[in-house]
Design a protein around this ligand. Structure first.
Ligand code: ATP
Ligand code: MG
Length: 449
């Protein structure tokens, strides 16, 4: 993408309404625009990051056996009357009446709708296990939307739902999502710790929240520091096999959110020097809630013995629009964002330091074509702006590598490459730059193990 053709409205001023660094940087980098309290437009740069996050989620869901679909944002109130949650949900639910005076709502989550779909089609245990998910906008009329897209009213969530014949099978489905989540966050460059969590309005008796430690996080959490050293399950993990050893390993050390923590246990089980009592950002949550919805909404299957049993379910959420600021909270410096390559809006910023210089521009045009030809996602700053402004913008928007060519370098056949994360700069022959960048970017792009 040529910057001269792009829409990248970076701000010079630090927006004063933004309280936390990720919110300030997302506004300054032209990633989002607030349209009303808790409602945001995703501008091109921000949207690109979100799409990359979405792709990683989709790849890992597929690997774990979940099937993607799409349900509407609006739901009929009757479904929620059936489950009893229409009245229970309270003011966070946005209620809407259509022209025929029918009660509707903007979905805050989809347990009811997916249970309705399930009961309409599935009859036998032989069709199980089944895990269906979608990535769709949710609306929760939060009392205090804040921190930009970290806590907004409309937000994009991946929500999945598993269906199994009994509790034992349902736990296997839960474990598959547990492992998929570990891999998903890792691939985005995040360390997310699974912690015992309360089930809240979703209900049920088993739940983990995935927490990114950050001073600006809204959740108080308690865990053993060595959890941070646990190994991520590799790509060739057999999701059809027994995942309990992985789950047992990850849950062997103490980790609980504020709602679930038992201070006595925490102090008994974790030596003082290993205790983390900190703030964190909840980037996902998984639940096993058994037959809570299937009993009341009559979603049953015929079991192996020919008798009907209510299906056992779990639900699994990841907040995409919260992940973007969470990654920024975890990865930035005083100059701006530092994107991990796997979610970076562009992989390389090609900076033409003097667009008015013919040789410099022709060298840059050529590099631009070569980078595109090898499939590197490049933002080409071909504008007439000064060098200082170009460096500042590239740093601010956090592109992992800067490929810098000025008139002197163009003449000498040399380019400079800056690694945004380490700040290291190196000069090399222009002819070597593209293959060097390829070797750096290709493994980091998938960030897979
Ligand atoms: P919170 O405790 O932060 O209000 P929640 O526990 O109510 O979140 P879940 O129902 O578990 O949220 O939703 C799944 C995921 O959706 C959360 O882990 C979070 O990443 C994301 N999410 C929930 N509410 C919001 C929101 N208001 N804005 C952005 N993301 C959200
Ligand atoms: Mg939650």
């Amino acid at each position: 993408m040529r910057k001269s053709n792009y829409f990248l409205p970076v701000l010079k001023e630090v927006p004063k309404e933004a309280e936390i660094i990720s919110h300030r940087l997302m506004l300054r980098a032209g990633m989002i625009r607030q349209q009303a309290s808790g409602l945001y437009s995703w501008l091109p740069l921000g949207y690109k990051v979100m799409r990359k996050i979405q792709t990683i989620i989709e790849q890992e869901q597929l690997r774990a056996g979940a099937i993607q679909m799409l349900m509407p944002t609006l739901q009929p109130a009757d479904l929620w009357r059936e489950s009893g949650r229409y009245d229970a949900y309270g003011k966070e639910m946005l209620r809407i009446t259509d022209r025929h005076d029918r009660d509707m709502l903007f979905g805050p989550t989809n347990e009811e709708m997916i249970t309705d779909i399930f009961r309409s089609y599935v009859r036998s245990y032989k069709e199980l296990p089944l895990n269906l998910y979608h990535i769709q906008w949710k609306f929760r009329d939060e009392i205090r939307p804040r921190f930009g897209t970290m806590r907004s009213r409309e937000f994009l969530m991946k929500d999945g739902y598993s269906f199994d014949v009994d509790k034992e099978a349902a736990e296997k489905s839960y474990n598959r999502m547990f492992v998929a989540y570990l891999r998903t966050y890792y691939r985005m460059g995040l360390t997310a710790i699974p912690m015992k969590a309360e089930t809240g309005p979703i209900g049920g008796d088993l739940s983990h929240e995935f927490i990114v430690l950050a001073d600006t996080g809204e959740s108080a959490v308690f865990c053993h520091q060595d959890i941070l050293k646990k190994t991520i399950p590799p790509r060739d993990t057999d999701f059809t096999g027994d995942l309990t050893p992985i789950i047992d390993d990850w849950t062997s050390l103490y980790a609980a959110t504020e709602d679930m923590v038992n201070m006595e246990e925490f102090e008994r089980d974790v030596p003082e020097e290993k205790r983390i009592a900190a703030s964190g950002i909840e980037v996902g949550q998984i639940f096993y809630f058994g037959t809570k919805y299937s009993k009341i909404m009559k979603a049953s299957v015929t079991g192996p013995d020919g008798k009907d049993v209510p299906v056992h379910s779990g639900s699994y959420g990841i907040g995409l629009t919260r992940l973007v600021p969470a990654i920024i909270e975890a990865s930035h410096d005083e100059s701006g964002i530092i994107w991990p390559v796997s979610v970076a809006p562009f992989e390389v910023a090609l900076l033409n330091l003097k667009a008015a210089d013919d040789l410099c521009s022709s060298v840059c045009d050529d590099l631009y074509a070569q980078l595109q030809a090898v499939g590197i996602d490049v933002l080409y700053d071909d504008t007439k702006d000064g060098a200082g402004a170009k460096f500042a913008t590239a740093d601010l928007i956090g592109i992992p590598f800067q490929l810098i060519v000025g008139p002197r370098g163009a003449k000498a056949g040399e380019a400079e490459i800056k690694d945004r994360k380490t700040g290291e700069r190196q000069t090399m022959p222009i002819g070597d730059a593209v293959s060097y960048l390829q070797t750096q970017i290709e493994p980091a792009r998938r960030n897979d193990i």
